[in-house]
Design a protein around this ligand. Structure first.
Ligand code: ADP
Length: 441
């Protein structure tokens, strides 16, 4: 029996080499050069190197192959992490987050072939420390893959999306646990090494999942490229529109003053309407710019009470149809924040309150120090938000208004989170909505 197990294990590693070779060829021949396929291709290559090395050790008994196999097993976590992040966080544009796993993976992968030439490094690779480093530096990335996939599956709205993620989730689970049984061998634990068997399974599941949903992956990649172009275009159009809009607003104000002198209420009402609509457009454009551009926060010590007062004055100087009552704490400490985006958050909450309230509308803006954070409350007496809509209001493009765009709250949340703060919503009894913002001091 003891002689059969190594034969089965070696056969499985050879099988893993062959199927990953086929997948790699299929990926080259049948898929586009997008990041999902490229990272998957390198996963196949790494699994191939690892299994080939182990198979050759069995065949030749030459330890050099063992060190070669470690190049493959060392690189798998980085490619897997990159692959899964690309799938579950397609909106993430910065690539900085993949540097640490690539760095650690390359370090461990490179140490293995160097061991062939350097006895000191060889001692390290042969010792338990190589495996300990693998556990400490790379396994956390693999475990975070499981968490990311689990969350993405929970959030997925469509069956197709869920099914795509299920394949990757199953393959990752099998991959991690089968790989861990190999890693613990050095600790002499009585667990059989399932690494090669696991790689046959997870490679196949991953390949079936990716090839089955190839059309979706291709469409997603195309959409991503088109969206990037579109959002750049939209951002520059928004920028261009804001300048003439300011001129129109200036002219409308002058016109309104002239009409006051002529004492023509009807025309004055029209001029008022123009100004009101320009303000609305302007607010949409500013939100849009925050939405399409990466958010840059330049923090300095500011008084939130002052920012609120200035924003309210600005909103009141425009056309505001809601009564605002300020209850600002005198003992509020200054905080590190960027006043400009913060002003936009407050403006968004004021506009929403205004739109939710009738002519009897009132918005109370309250600040208080609740150590170690400052708390800012916006409580209106409007129609409130139906309970079933509450989980969606911070989603981009969620709106219940005929003329709404649905980016105001999404942007506000993004800005608050960029300040490591929180924004929460509560329905108030009997009517009205309350938004509470927490910002660290
Ligand atoms: P928009 O104002 O363009 O709809 P937002 O992101 O600002 O986009 O708001 C999303 C949705 O949240 C609104 O359409 C509305 O249904 C709800 N909402 C936001 N603020 C309030 C409020 N103060 N009272 C009632 N509903 C609100």
């Amino acid at each position: 029996m003891n002689q059969i197990i190594p034969v089965i294990d070696a056969s499985l590693s050879l099988l893993a080499v062959l199927i990953n070779f086929v997948f790699a060829i299929l990926l080259i021949a049948r898929t586009s050069r997008t990041i999902v396929y490229i990272t998957f291709f390198f996963i196949c290559i790494s699994v191939m190197i690892w299994n080939l090395g182990d198979f050759m050790v069995y065949l030749t008994g030459n330890r050099v192959w063992f060190y070669i196999s470690l190049i493959g097993s060392g690189m798998i976590p980085a490619f897997a992490f990159h692959f899964i992040c690309t799938l579950v966080r397609p909106e993430q544009k910065s690539t900085l987050w993949i540097v640490p796993p690539y760095f650690f993976s390359s370090l461990l992968a490179l140490s293995a072939p160097l061991a062939i030439f350097h006895s000191g490094i060889q001692q390290f690779v042969d010792s338990i420390y190589w495996n300990v480093c693998y556990y400490v530096l790379l396994v956390p990335f693999l475990l975070s893959c499981i968490i990311m996939l689990f969350n993405a599956m929970k959030k997925a709205k469509y069956e197709d999306e869920k099914s795509r993620l299920r394949y990757i989730f199953a393959a990752t689970l099998i991959g991690i646990f089968a790989g861990l049984t190999d890693l613990v061998q050095v600790l002499k634990v009585s667990v059989p090494p399932f690494g090669h068997l696991g790689s046959v399974f997870y490679s196949s599941i991953l390949a079936i999942g990716v090839f089955k949903h190839r059309t979706t992956y291709d469409i997603l990649a195309q959409m991503r490229t088109k969206l990037e172009v579109l959002s750049e275009m939209a951002a520059s159009i928004a920028h261009e529109i804001r300048n003439p809009l300011s001129s129109i607003k200036g002219a409308a104000n002058l016109l309104s003053n002239e009409l006051k002198n002529l004492n023509n209420p009807k025309s004055q009402e029209y001029a008022h309407l123009i100004t009101e609509e320009i303000d609305r457009l302007n607010n949409i454009l500013v939100n849009f710019q925050y939405f399409t551009k990466p958010l840059k926060i330049e923090k300095e010590l500011i008084s939130i009470n002052e920012v609120i007062q200035k924003t309210v004055r600005l909103a009141e100087s425009d056309t505001l149809n809601i009564n605002i009552r300020l209850e600002l704490s005198r003992d509020l400490p200054k905080i590190q924040a960027d006043a400009l985006p913060m002003k936009q958050v407050f403006l968004n909450l004021i506009k929403n309150a205004e739109e939710a309230c009738g002519s009897e509308g009132e918005l109370v803006i309250k600040t208080e120090y609740s150590a170690p954070r400052v708390k800012i409350i916006f409580a209106d007496n409007g129609q409130g938000i139906p309970q079933e809509l509450l989980p969606h209001i911070f989603e981009p493009f969620f709106t219940t208004k005929i003329t709404g765009i649905g980016v105001g709250l999404a942007i506000s949340q993004k800005i608050i989170q960029a300040h490591t703060g929180q924004i929460e919503v509560n329905n108030r009894v009997p009517t009205g909505t309350q938004f509470t913002i927490f910002l660290p001091v």
